[in-house]
Design a protein around this ligand. Structure first.
Ligand SMILES: [Zn+2]
Ligand SMILES: [Zn+2]
Length: 316
């Protein structure tokens, strides 16, 4: 029987679902046909052996766990996903995986060859992304939950249908923490609780943006190198960012911290240029604020505070 006829066979035998595996190009096994039928009383995994003159022979795979045992160091029984043939240690993890795996077509999972480091090691293409940002903001919102009483008619209808709406989050406060490796610019978290949270948040973020931009724009010249730093720099033969060799067209330069003025490492010229923080002021201004204003149920907030369950908002 050719593989294309298996759905017909499944139709004629409503209590059976069938999967077919074959051998992959690089050895091992790959799913050739994965049944669309779920939860049938019997499930059969077959292995297809094809002869040179289109002769076919199906072999019953009695134990999937044994078949793919070479894919894991685990020496006990495993639970194998029929879609990707990945073995799992517990049924629970397997079941959770299958739920997501079934959404995609059957696949042959290939692992990179550990003997080829270029294939098996993930590296950043944008080398600047390997380094810490000089400043970032960590923000957290607090909100009251209320039962949803109305649905915005402007919402995406399909998205609304696919979503089980339970309650509405009404923001009542936020905290914003500026994090910086420069202790002189590190501030305590800013906490706000009270009316007009989103307006206050926007105002605060814009203020932070201006303050941080001012620090970054104030480009510091590099401090003179110490003897050790100079020796390190002279001895370095590869770029500290991309790991490439220095060449005539892409020569060695000193990469320094433009906020503190400290020498960091020897880098190639190309990397040094990409590692520089953008030396310009942010162009976002108050007038460019997105038009969509967050909705705040003022009556509900008022009711909450008057109920006595929550204390009156205060600006810290
Ligand atoms: Zn899978
Ligand atoms: Zn480089």
């Amino acid at each position: 029987m050719p593989v294309k006829d298996i759905p017909k066979f499944e139709k004629q035998n409503p209590s059976v679902s069938v999967n077919v595996l074959c051998s992959g190009n690089e050895g091992g096994f790959v799913p050739l046909y994965v049944s669309k039928e779920r939860d049938r009383l019997h499930h059969v995994n077959l292995f297809l052996i094809e002869g040179p003159d289109e002769t076919r022979h199906y072999v019953w795979i009695k134990n999937m766990s044994r078949l793919v045992a070479g894919r894991t160091k685990h020496d006990g029984q495993t639970f194998v996903c029929n879609h990707c043939l990945h073995p799992f240690y517990t049924k629970d993890i397997h079941d959770r995986h299958v739920f997501n795996c079934q959404r995609h077509p059957a696949q042959d999972v290939k692992y990179p060859d550990p003997k080829k480091p270029k294939e098996s090691v993930l590296v950043f293409r944008k080398h600047a992304a390997q380094f810490r940002l000089p400043f970032y903001l960590v923000c957290d919102f607090e909100s009251f939950l209320s039962f949803l009483t109305h649905i915005d008619p402007n919402e995406d209808v399909d998205a609304m249908k696919a979503t089980n709406l339970i309650d509405e989050h009404n923001t009542c406060g936020f905290a914003c923490h500026r994090v910086s490796e420069y202790s002189q610019y590190q501030t305590d978290p800013f906490v706000y609780s009270g009316p007009g949270v989103m307006d206050k948040f926007y105002e605060h973020i814009m203020q932070e943006s201006r303050t941080i931009s001012d620090k970054l724009v104030d480009d510091q010249d590099m401090d003179p190198l110490t003897d050790t730093q100079q020796t390190d720099y002279d001895d370095t033969t590869t770029c500290g960012a991309c790991g490439g060799d220095f060449t005539k067209s892409n020569h060695k330069v000193r990469h320094h911290d433009h906020v503190s003025g400290q020498f960091l490492f020897a880098a190639c010229n190309n990397c040094n240029l990409t590692l520089k923080m953008p030396n310009r002021k942010r162009k976002v201004t108050e007038g460019q604020r997105p038009n969509k204003k967050p909705k705040i149920d003022k009556d509900y907030t008022k009711e909450l505070f008057s109920s006595g369950r929550f204390s009156q908002p205060k600006i810290l």
